[in-house]
Every structure is written in C-alpha cells, then in structure tokens.
Design a protein around this ligand. Sequence first.
Ligand SMILES: Nc1ncnc2c1ncn2[C@@H]1O[C@H](COP(=O)(O)OP(=O)(O)OP(=O)(O)O)[C@@H](O)[C@H]1O
Length: 243
Amino acid sequence: MASIEFQQVSFKQILTNISVTIAHGSQTALVGSTGAGKSTLLRLLNRLSDRTAGKIFIDGKEIFEIPVPVLRRQIMLVPQEVSLLGMTVAEAIRYPLTLRGYPAPEIQTRFQTWSERLNLDSKLMGRAEVELSLGQRQWVGIARALITEPEVILLDEPTSALDRGLAQLLLDTLQELTRSPQPQTVIMVNHQLDQVSSWCSHVIQLHKGQLTLSQTADAIDWQNLDQMLKQAVTHQEDDDEWD
Ligand SMILES: Nc1ncnc2c1ncn2[C@@H]1O[C@H](COP(=O)(O)OP(=O)(O)OP(=O)(O)O)[C@@H](O)[C@H]1O
C-alpha cells in the first residue's frame, strides 16, 4: 500500500508547482496534451529524473530519503517504449525477479501465474525484441512490471498499441490489483477517455506543466474534460512559444 503526495514540485521549466495527493489503492488517470509533462511526472516518482523544487512523499516518507533501488522495487514504471535489453520474452519477464535474487521455484510460480493471468502466448516466450509487434512488446513490459507485484504501478500510455481485448484485460487486471487485500496504487497516462472514464477513481490533468485538474472520477464531467483536452491541442498548435 502506498499513498503519494507531491508538494509544490517543479522540474526545470517543464513542471511548475505541482501539489497533489494520490490515495493508496486508487486508480488515477493522468491526462493532458502532448508535451504537458505527464511522462516527466511519472519519472520523478521513481527518480529517473529528480525534481528541482518541492517534495514528493511515499507513505509520508520523502523519496530522497529512500535508497533508489528500494524505491524502484516499491514503484515500477512501464515506459512508453519497452526494451527487452537483448533478452527473450521469457527472460525479460523473469529478469526483475532474477535481479532481486528470488529463488528459482518462486520465479517459476510467479511467471506461470502472470503468464496465465495476462494470457501470454507461449509461442512468444522464445522471441527477441525485433520479432515482436509494438503491442506485443508493450504487453511484455506490462508483464515484467506486474510480476514484481509492486506497491505502485506507473503506466505511460500502456494501451496505445494494444487491441481492444488486451486493453480491456489490462484495465480489468489493474482494477483487481487495486481491490485486492493489499491494494496496489496505479497511475496511468491514457489519452483515451472512453477507456479511463469507466476505470479510474481519480483524474489528474496537466497542461503545459501545470496541474489544471485533480478530482475524483465521479465528480468529472467527461464531456467537458474531452472538450478541454481537444481545446488544449488546438491552442498548443497555435502557440509559437511551445514549438
Ligand atoms: N530531461 C529533460 N530535459 C529537458 N526537457 C525535457 C526532459 N524531459 C522531457 N522534456 C521536455 O519536457 C516536455 C514534457 O515532456 P513529457 O514527455 O513529460 O510530456 P508528456 O505530457 O508525457 O507528452 P506525450 O503525451 O507526448 O508523451 C517536453 O517538451 C519534452 O521535450
């Protein structure tokens, strides 16, 4: 279980004065137009980038006080572009557990559990990265994160290359994780409001590096949010400074 709090966080010129709290076990959709700073916000949480001002707390503990390897076990990020680091699919999925020194039988048990849960095709297991479609690679990245059963899962546009069936399986699986006896906290960047509206419990919107919305899902006017996001794209196209 982990709650997250950003207190007046800035990063270079990219994020400005972000203050927001994310409850443990919540499903947060992070929305905003291209270049708004969504990926950067996720990267600050597992310290792929370090904030330049403010504080970030996980369960009340400032993240700079947590050793980076410990933090990255607690918080797993599935990036937009997944790399298998030269491994086969099976090796890549097992890798985070191997790295942490899990005993072989436990690795095998978790591997089987998650392969079944995510409907991973056994024919893919021996393949290298170049032999996978974009969506297959994305799915392997998701499996590699979920197998570690982290307290916080960050997903950066995880459904962008997935077909409808897999996208729904992912949303359902994430929902199960947040409703389990030890709920995991999920933050997902997703541009498809039709997917997130029925899934999330909380919505955060960024626009040009600023927090423009933080609300529970049941208080969201989805049509209005859709309009706001479309307008943000139009204004951005008109904005010379942004180019
Ligand atoms: N480490 C960095 N140093 C300088 N600029 C950066 C850095 N990381 C990202 N940027 C810039 O910050 C801005 C926000 O990028 P970010 O990837 O966070 O946006 P995003 O909302 O995730 O966009 P998208 O929806 O296109 O993925 C962009 O203009 C990007 O070029």
